[in-house]
Design a protein. Structure first.
Length: 310
């Protein structure tokens, strides 16, 4: 029983607030899931600054038709996150204006494709046949219960991840993504540096393969299938920490497995370390099993070898 619905127009404000709170909660979950340090309530002020390039607190208050003290609070919050910087007015050096910082520009680039999808999904949820306003709210509430905005957005974002083949122009991405991962968990071994620095020579030209995951036309992950003469090694899988939450690693893994099956390979092998529990669990989930690790493995850090029969 939804008591607020029974109150009809008497609960008009409460119904709107409840729906707004649900959407805000889902938006917060989306940002957290994607490791983006941002609050949904900051969007109107942040988006206004993005659109206007340079703007004063008073101008923001006027455009959004909210109080100047409220805008100041939002601006202070954004500054604490280091998303803004203060600049002098080009026409009057005595006045100060607000613009995006370097970090603010980076966050903007991550948020804009998400905002676009949120806007599209909210249009679907609120596009109802002309009815009374209260019935319009009820239908929107029903759609939110059936499939929350959070689920809609995350599923849409996952769909935007594409797996593409190796291109020379992405060689630096292959190097940078892997070095970033190695330096976070281990260190770059001589073998790593040799292969990562010249992927075409050591992998592609040696009958190996490299794949990239792109999100919003940006390379955010990579993986390789390296020809080790008597077997193919799944290796050099790395995903940018900024884009975790989109199951990119799993997509890269699944792509390699399907690719190997199409090539008619009998198996694929990988080397890892037992401390990487989430990765080991993923490998086991898709069908890899532990096999004996040779003493002269080409990775100093490896303490586990796994194999999948195809």
């Amino acid at each position: 029983m939804d008591k607020l619905q029974q109150f009809q127009e008497l609960a008009f404000g409460s119904r709107l607030k409840r729906l707004s709170d649900l959407f805000m909660k889902d938006a917060k979950r989306i940002y957290k899931h994607l490791n983006i340090d941002f609050e949904p309530s900051l969007m109107p002020v942040f988006k206004t600054i993005i659109d206007e390039k340079e703007i004063s607190v008073g101008e923001i208050a006027s455009m959004l038709e909210i109080s100047q003290p409220a805008v100041t609070q939002f601006v202070n919050n954004l500054q604490k996150r280091k998303l803004l910087k203060i600049v002098l007015d080009k026409d009057d050096k005595r006045k100060k204006k607000i613009t995006l910082s370097k970090k603010g520009i980076e966050i903007k680039e991550r948020l804009e494709p998400i905002w676009k999808i949120i806007e599209e999904e909210l249009k679907k949820m609120t596009n109802n046949t002309p009815v009374s306003f209260m019935e319009h709210i009820r239908l929107t509430e029903q759609k939110q219960k059936e499939n929350s905005m959070y689920n809609r957005i995350i599923n849409r974002l996952k769909e935007t991840v594409e797996i593409i083949d190796f291109k020379n122009e992405f060689a630096n991405d292959f190097y940078n993504l892997n070095v970033e991962w190695l330096e976070k968990y281990f260190y770059v071994e001589p073998y790593d540096k040799k292969v990562l620095s010249q992927p075409k020579e050591y992998i592609i030209d040696n009958n190996g393969y490299i794949f990239f995951a792109t999100y919003n036309n940006k390379v955010v992950g990579t993986v390789a299938l390296i020809n080790q003469t008597d077997f193919y090694e799944l290796s050099k899988m790395a995903v940018s920490p900024k884009y975790q939450g989109l199951k990119i690693g799993q997509k890269l893994m699944n792509h390699c497995i399907e690719f190997a099956k199409k090539q008619g390979w009998e198996s694929i092998t990988l080397y890892s370390h037992r401390s990487l529990v989430p990765a080991i669990n993923l490998y086991k989930k898709v069908g890899f099993v532990e096999v004996e690790l040779e003493k002269d493995s080409h990775y100093e850090r490896s303490d586990i070898k796994m194999k999948m029969s195809l």
